[in-house]
Design a protein around this ligand. Structure first.
Ligand SMILES: [Zn+2]
Length: 257
């Protein structure tokens, strides 16, 4: 269990390292096509491709198709609602801050999913995750990039480094999440209820992440946040950076999951 604790802490804390981007904040602001284009690719992969493919994959693994559909549907609606509240609700006033908070919500939610994957590898009903140099390096890169998803909009919205550091703590949701599969297994074992919970929780979260990613961070961030900023210079390099971001985060996922 100690091993899992160390891994959980590492997984939760790595994105916080993205605070170092404040050392090159002028570079980040100057190269907006590259930084925002790259982030669009990362969000596009995590929210649209990764989360939604997990929902579809898990949907087919449920014994009961009606429950699977209901859970996925509720998750999708909740994710879209959260996105709508951040972008259209009265809570966050200015546009750059809406992007920052949407990024925080997205990475907070995504980190829970990352924690569940790690924790799931430590119980016998799910396949064990290999822990080797490649996995560790890929995890560090993957989680660091997720921290950048919060930090780049924070630099853009002129957040002070200390406040931005607090935002990064959203990634710490991975730590309790890592222990959840073990707790559920401890309580329900390999019973059908236990197995259903192990499947239902990540499915629901991934569905929320998919619409939070698509509708808000995808649709709204793409349309109102990232892409207008990335393409503001009317340059032609941001689509290339979009593709690079998408492929880069995809590549590290091939190595860890
Ligand atoms: Zn992740």
């Amino acid at each position: 269990m100690t091993d899992l604790g160390i891994l959980a802490f590492g997984l939760g804390a790595i994105p916080v390292v993205a605070i170092l981007l404040y050392n090159i904040d002028r570079f980040v602001l100057r190269h907006r096509e590259a930084t925002w284009g790259f982030l669009c690719g990362v969000i596009g992969f995590l929210g649209l491709s990764h989360a939604m493919s997990l929902v579809l994959f898990n949907h087919s693994r449920f014994g009961d198709a009606a429950i699977a559909t209901a859970l996925s549907f509720v998750g999708l609606v909740v994710g879209a609602s959260v996105a709508w509240f951040i972008f259209e609700g009265p809570f966050v006033q200015t546009e750059p801050n809406r992007i920052v908070w949407a990024a925080v919500a997205f990475i907070g939610l995504h980190s829970v999913g990352d924690g569940l994957v790690l924790g799931g590898g430590f119980i016998s009903v799910l396949p064990l995750l290999p822990i080797d140099a490649v996995t560790v390096a890929a995890t560090v890169v993957h989680r660091f990039l997720e921290g950048c998803v919060i930090i780049v909009p924070a630099i853009w919205a002129s957040w002070k480094p200390r406040s931005a550091l607090v935002l990064l703590f959203a990634s710490l949701t991975a730590i309790p999440a890592t222990f959840l599969p073990g707790l559920i297994y401890g309580a329900y074992g390999p019973s059908s209820l236990g197995a259903t919970l192990q499947l239902a929780i990540p499915t629901m979260l991934a569905a929320m992440e998919a619409t939070l990613g698509l509708l808000s961070l995808g649709l709204l961030l793409f349309v109102r946040g990232f892409l207008p900023i990335a393409s503001a210079d009317r340059g032609s390099r941001w689509p290339a950076w979009l593709a690079i971001g998408f492929i880069a985060i995809g590549l590290v996922h091939f190595l860890v999951e």
